[in-house]
Ligand binder design. Structure first.
Ligand code: TA6
Length: 283
């Protein structure tokens, strides 16, 4: 991706000039591209809709104030389908890193679903080999509030059949496809060969996504305050069922999602919660 395909007011383009760039769409503050030395590392469905209404199918949608089905509003909450505000345009710091900040505050629409005052501050920092995304949730209300949140990252891979996730061995996970009791992951390298939808609990703060092929990729995912990791690939049947997920796209993506979803956060009035994920290309 680059910003050229979008109306200038809809996107925030961060570029270092050395083949490293990031592109954020203000619809949902959805990161839709992260290039590291010219290699695109995020998956964006070729049939994703950009109508500023539907959630963007790919990149890093933000699930807030609820991950998953939500009785008060849309699945994964409203953050990924609201228009965010550019608070700090892309700015180069002394080290040559690029920083940008977008925000979302409560409004009549959010209050109709979820009667709380809040402010989300989402900061991106693009370095030579890494991209850090930090989300701070501010409770600007006079009462406590509770939420779950997750960065629904769609990583691009050359070939799902050569892709593995390291760091999940020994973790308990809930398998949303098979249901039933939690299972312990026995594999050092988790490979995906069918529809996966798993919530790994109490994960380490470092996992590594590796994939060979052209191009090969090896991305370290370092998290802060995201104890859960969701691994999702719709595979062929479910990809076909989603109008905005191109039928073959499941072969070139894997969602590895940093979340605080098993145990909700409770924020007292005036308090804030900070969570972050940092991608670093190891190649
Ligand atoms: O993160 C996995 C998941 O919760 C799956 O269950 C699937 O629903 C996926 O999110 C996509 O959800 P969406 O609402 O974006 O179609």
């Amino acid at each position: 991706q680059d910003a050229s395909g979008f109306p200038a007011g809809d996107v925030v383009f961060m570029e270092r000039g050395d083949g490293n760039s990031a592109l954020l769409h203000l619809h949902g503050a959805t990161l839709i591209s992260w290039k590291c030395h010219g290699v695109e590392n995020l998956f964006l469905s070729s049939t994703s809709v950009f109508d500023n209404k539907k959630a963007i199918r790919g990149g890093v949608p933000i699930a807030f104030p609820n991950f998953g089905p939500w009785p008060l509003g849309p699945q994964h909450g409203f953050a990924r389908i609201k228009r965010w505000t550019l608070a700090v345009p892309p700015t180069k710091d002394a080290k040559g890193d690029i920083l940008a900040v977008v925000t979302l505050e409560d409004d009549e629409e959010t209050k109709a679903m979820w009667d709380y005052k809040f402010k989300l501050v989402y900061t991106l920092v693009l370095s030579e080999k890494s991209l850090m995304s930090t989300l701070v949730v501010h409770n600007t209300d006079t009462k406590s509030l509770g939420f779950t949140t997750l960065l629904h990252t769609y990583f691009r891979v050359a070939d799902i059949n050569t892709t593995t996730v390291h760091g999940l061995k020994g973790l308990k996970y809930t398998d949303k496809i098979t249901g039933g009791q939690d299972v312990v992951e026995a594999r050092d390298l988790v490979a995906v060969d069918r529809n996966y939808d798993r919530v790994y609990k109490d994960a380490p703060n470092v996992t590594v996504l590796s994939s060979s092929g052209e191009p090969a990729r090896k991305i370290e995912i370092k998290t802060f305050n995201f104890p859960d990791v969701v691994v999702w690939n719709p595979w062929d049947v479910k990809a076909k069922e989603m109008g905005d997920f191109d039928d073959e796209g499941y072969k070139e993506m894997l969602c590895v999602e940093a979340g605080k979803v098993v145990n909700p956060v409770t924020l007292t009035a005036g308090a804030q919660f900070e969570c972050s994920q940092t991608f670093t290309s190891m190649l």
